[in-house]
Ligand binder design. Sequence first.
Ligand code: GLA
Length: 425
Amino acid sequence: MRLTGRRLQPPDCVLALSLMVLILWEIPGAWALDNGLAMTPTMGWLHWERFMCNTDCTEEPDSCISENLFMQMADLMDSDGWKEVGYEYLCIDDCWMAPQRDSKGRLQADPKRFPSGIRHLSNYVHSKGLKLGIYADVGKKTCAGYPGSLGHYDIDAETFADWGVDLLKFDGCHCDTLEQLADGYKHMSLSLNKTGRSIVYSCEWPLYMWPFKKPNYTEIRQYCNHWRNFGDIYDSWQSVKSILDWTSSNQRTVVSAAGPGGWNDPDMLVIGNFGLSWDQQITQMALWAIMAAPLFMSNDLRHISLQAKTLLQNKDVIAINQDPLGKQGYLLRKEDNIEVWERPLSELAWAVAVVNLQEIGGPRSYTISLASLGQGVACNPACHITELLPVKTKLGFYEWTSFVKTRINPTGTVLLQLKISQTTF
Ligand code: GLA
């Protein structure tokens, strides 16, 4: 029900409760890796999902893992508005290395595919006002079989710092024991710190622990700026859904671990590729914002539809992802194949995502009682509601006892923003 001009009389006890809940929410989470980085989720581009381990530059010069690919992406991140909305880190994943270390024991780039070397590439990327990310592995080999960092943590951190690298994605393949895995992740964190260079540290530590032992997120947060919990994303709805299911099933464990300096990483955005319908792309963008996820696109910026580009560059949705309060959202309720997720934002605002998981039929209506959101405080005593996705629409002014009606396409999402209003009339 919309407000029709009636004067509001919010019960005092509800207001008091709202304040208490919000004060508790303001208490910072567990101590995070103290490198001053990733105060909001990292944004950028990462090659893996779209380009994988393509090393065949003879047959596929445009899509092999080479300096050309990264220079082209750097040009586009700069020229096509990506940098402007926050996508800053251009990141190399696996398969950039030569198969052997050099005579001094340092990692080196494949000389054919990166003839100018990583230092040159990082200069180029920096000249575009961007930052460079690189990939290595805590174990004996990377997942694709290139040299691992085990026994070389210090020298690898120094090499990356010398090259001017700004982010390290540190994978967890080919470790013999859980101790080796944990010691390696911690050691590399300290090695990076010792270099004195600001390097975002992106871990996969919990992903490799889960099959054996529940990870200690308080500890992981002390060493990593973000961490993958779950398997690799694929370019499919099934994959996006499995990540959302994993996250909601484990939200009691993972949500409180996130906060400025350290984030749960549900893996790359695959928007702009082949596998997701338009509604599913909206769902990924909306839910990655609710989850306070690092936003690493893995797509081909040379060939991307205007529609996908507009979604990825949606400033309102990015603002929710980057909200400075840094609280991760969570699944509030699931009923009849509809999921309602919510996320507290700064200035007493809230984001609410309604996902229609029913894969048959047409758009479905779903009505939300505003009093049920944000433990009763999201729209108290009243709020302005804006639908941000699929189409930005001002829905109007609502009192906290009223209801908002949504209509959601199959596998799509309606993303709402609620902003408290103290105004009464
Ligand atoms: C693992 C990671 C992926 C990617 C590949 C590279 O599977 O989880 O994100 O880095 O290795 O080999």
